[in-house]
Design a protein around this ligand. Structure first.
Ligand code: ADP
Ligand code: MG
Length: 364
């Protein structure tokens, strides 16, 4: 609630978080996403009681954590919270089984209980056959599984993960995404998962928080964030998109690229300046002699085969649009562009608006 974090060194003051409010629901998979330096780790560390906010409160299971003394907070953290970081922090002189049993030593579990718990968790992360191996004998992905097992074995209420898959290659990353999702579903542990990877956040989460410069700009389901971005920043960050300046002529009619488009948005007033966002897969190309009238015309400037689709850049006047299609149109082809009313996303102007960006660029 109202969390601000200011780092002060001798000369510099960095505002890493500013008035952040976030509710995490019990049992959900929440991703925190944003570019490097936007404050993700700072927020995670504060939620995980590894750091204290300059202002604001952290409430976990109705406990006001800032009222606890250091000892009580450490005890509470060990009982409630688990952590997985990008670097695995395994003990290199211990084998896999002992690494996973280690935290249970502090829980006063019997030897038998420790063994049973650790073995069953290692089974769950697919490492039963590696229990006697040492960390140096494992791959990166296997090490990260051990780190996850070690965190899960304590049955925390909340697991906080800071870019845990950042060090893994793409294929392994995808595998581990599924694995983590499965562990989360089976265990019912609340996951708070930090990543700078949009695709990862969208595929894994129940909800996604998108951060920029110490603020949460949008919080919603992956579908909400992708289909209904509330600002140009979110639209741009969350995947390929065409963002351009437009005018809301009146309710359900927006002008951009020199044409009027029926849309579904209302309540912007008349002749209001807005930002328009289109997803590249929602822009449809028609041949220049198509009978459709009142739509922008353009010319294909580039064509790339991307596996599932072709990616084309289409110039319309001063603008260049990204278009995805399963149908290739050669460079130089004249085309008409159409887009369905419900695929047009209209947003109020923000600091991140395209014409403002252009102005920034001009200044540089
Ligand atoms: P992210 O995890 O999103 O990359 P961080 O939370 O690590 O971002 O950092 C947010 C901002 O706070 C950055 O500008 C970073 O340089 C600054 N910062 C982080 N940790 C410290 C620290 N211990 N001392 C000073 N500045 C810090
Ligand atoms: Mg970080």
């Amino acid at each position: 609630q109202g969390v601000t974090k200011i780092y002060r060194t001798k000369e510099i003051e960095t505002v890493a978080l500013e008035g952040v409010n976030l509710d995490v629901h019990e049992g959900e998979f929440l991703s925190v996403m944003g570019p490097s330096g936007c404050g993700k780790s700072t927020m995670l560390n504060i939620m995980g009681l590894l750091d204290v906010p300059t202002e604001g409160k952290v409430i976990i299971s109705e406990q006001q954590t800032q009222q606890m003394n250091d000892g009580a907070m450490a005890e509470f953290r060990n009982r409630m919270l688990g952590f997985v970081f990008q670097s695995f922090h395994l003990v290199h002189s211990l084998n896999v089984l002992d690494n996973v049993e280690l935290p249970l030593l502090y829980r006063k579990c019997s030897e038998k209980e420790r063994r049973e718990l650790a073995t069953s968790v290692l089974e769950r992360v697919g490492l039963s056959h590696r229990m006697k191996h040492y960390p140096s004998q494992l791959s990166g992905g296997q090490c990260q599984r051990v780190a996850i097992a070690r965190a899960v074995v304590l049955q925390p209420k909340v697991l906080l993960l800071d870019e845990p898959l950042g060090a893994l290659d793409l294929k392994l990353r995808r595998e581990m995404q599924l694995e983590l999702k499965r562990i989360q579903r089976e265990s019912g542990i609340t996951f708070i998962f930090v990543t700078h990877d949009q695709e990862e956040a969208l595929t894994m989460s129940d909800r996604v928080a998108v951060m920029s410069a110490g603020h949460i700009l949008q919080l919603g389901t992956p579908e909400d964030i992708y289909n209904e971005p509330q600002s140009a920043f979110v639209a741009d960050f969350i995947g390929d998109s065409d963002i351009m300046a437009g005018t809301m002529v009146r309710d359900k009619l927006v002008r951009f690229l020199g044409c009027d488009f029926p849309c579904v948005d209302t309540g912007f007033g008349e002749n209001a300046d807005v930002d328009v966002v289109l997803r590249p897969e929602d822009v449809k190309l028609k041949p220049a002699d198509d009978p459709v009238q009142g739509v922008p015309q353009g010319v294909v400037e580039s064509l790339l085969f991307k596996g599932v689709h072709y990616e084309m850049k289409v110039r319309v006047g001063d603008s260049v649009l990204l278009v995805h299609s399963t149908h290739a149109r050669p460079v130089g082809t004249q085309v008409k562009l159409t887009v369905a009313p419900e695929d047009i996303q209209v947003m109020r102007k923000s600091d991140y608006s395209p014409d403002i960006l252009k102005r920034h660029a001009a200044r540089v």
